[in-house]
Design a protein around this ligand. Structure first.
Ligand code: XMP
Length: 310
């Protein structure tokens, strides 16, 4: 791929589509939305408003860190606190697709709809990539960020048009473009993190308490497995319990699953042979989290499994 030609073409396209109008984009700090943010700002400057929507499902310190990183690059990002709205939408839901659907609706219809009305933006610049479209069309999963592909007309339903400059690229292509754009390695080398965030790693209901558990486990896994060079590593909270003994007492506690995978483009993935010592250390740290007494390592490749659990 010719990154330079790609960037030029996309910048021209965005300028042409938006004209003198106003556009908005949501940044998550992942490589896809980060590339879109830089492309958008190079195309539109102050005609683009970038927001970071805090959905309460992000990793430790993530919203503040992302806003800070972009501000260092001269790109202003508004942090929008929507934590309560997402928690309300997820309350009582346990079905994976219902959870994804609630997050999609809250994101686009409730929060974005409101921001679009407030700002008068007529365009949403979005980081959809080819794999998202393929898997949604194939019925493997309803990716949270797909609208027109699943029969929702965003203009009719939410009042804006969606521009998807990355829709012909896979993850490896996006990373190439990110490097070409000079994004810092904290972003270009960042492991993929799904739009519905930690909700994809909680089997069953998403509650504040369960989020705190998986957030803590995620921080440990990212610290311990960062040096593996793996494509992705994550922690999942199961909706099951197991008996354990904590400080001499029986406890029916939580179970955390660790996943660490090699992959090029997330379409297929194989488990990494993490050294036993490292796994044992992770297990020790994970089971020190309140209420957690089991830690499992998942050996399943994709397929038959997916990378995330919902
Ligand atoms: P799965 O779990 O389908 O994940 O094997 C494939 C890759 O996509 C990420 N993923 C998502 N990314 N929105 C995203 O932006 C989503 O709804 C979503 N679901 C999964 C996942 O982390 C993996 O890298």
């Amino acid at each position: 791929m010719d990154a330079q030609a790609f960037v030029k073409e996309q910048i021209d396209d965005i300028k042409k589509s938006v004209g003198n109008g106003l556009a908005i984009n949501a940044l998550s700090g992942g490589v896809d939305s980060s590339v879109v943010t830089v492309l958008g700002h190079r195309s539109l400057g102050s005609q683009l408003k970038t927001v970071f929507i805090d959905n309460n499902l992000m990793r430790k310190g993530e919203p503040q860190r992302v806003v800070q990183l972009f501000s260092q690059m001269g790109i202003p990002v508004d942090l929008v606190d929507s934590r309560a709205e997402f928690m309300k939408a997820l309350k009582g839901l346990t079905d994976p697709e219902e959870k994804r659907n609630a997050i999609t609706r809250t994101f686009y219809a409730t929060v974005f709809g409101r921001l679009v009305r407030e700002t008068g933006a007529k365009f949403l610049v979005h980081g959809t990539i080819l794999t998202d479209i393929e898997e949604t069309v194939a019925g493997i999963k309803r990716q949270h960020n797909i609208l027109s592909q699943i029969g929702i007309d965003p203009e009719k339903e939410y009042g804006y048009q969606v521009l998807e400059p990355l829709k012909t690229l896979r993850k490896d292509g996006v990373r190439e473009v990110a490097k070409f754009l000079g994004l810092p390695s904290e972003i270009t080398a960042r492991i993929p993190f799904p739009g519905p965030a930690l909700a994809t790693r909680i089997v069953g209901e998403v509650t504040e308490e369960r989020l705190a558990t998986v957030r803590e486990a995620t921080a440990i896994v990212e610290e311990e497995l960062g040096d593996t060079g793996a494509f992705q590593y994550l922690a999942v909270l199961l909706n099951d319990r197991a008996t354990g003994i904590v400080r001499g007492k029986r406890e029916f506690g939580q179970i955390i699953v660790i996943r660490c995978l090699h992959s090029v483009d997330a379409r297929t993935a194989t488990p990494v042979e993490v050294p036993w010592k490292k796994l044992a250390k992770i297990c020790e740290r994970i089971t020190a989290i309140k209420d957690v007494n089991r830690c499992l390592y998942d050996l399943t490749p994709k397929p038959p499994a997916t990378i995330e659990y919902i």
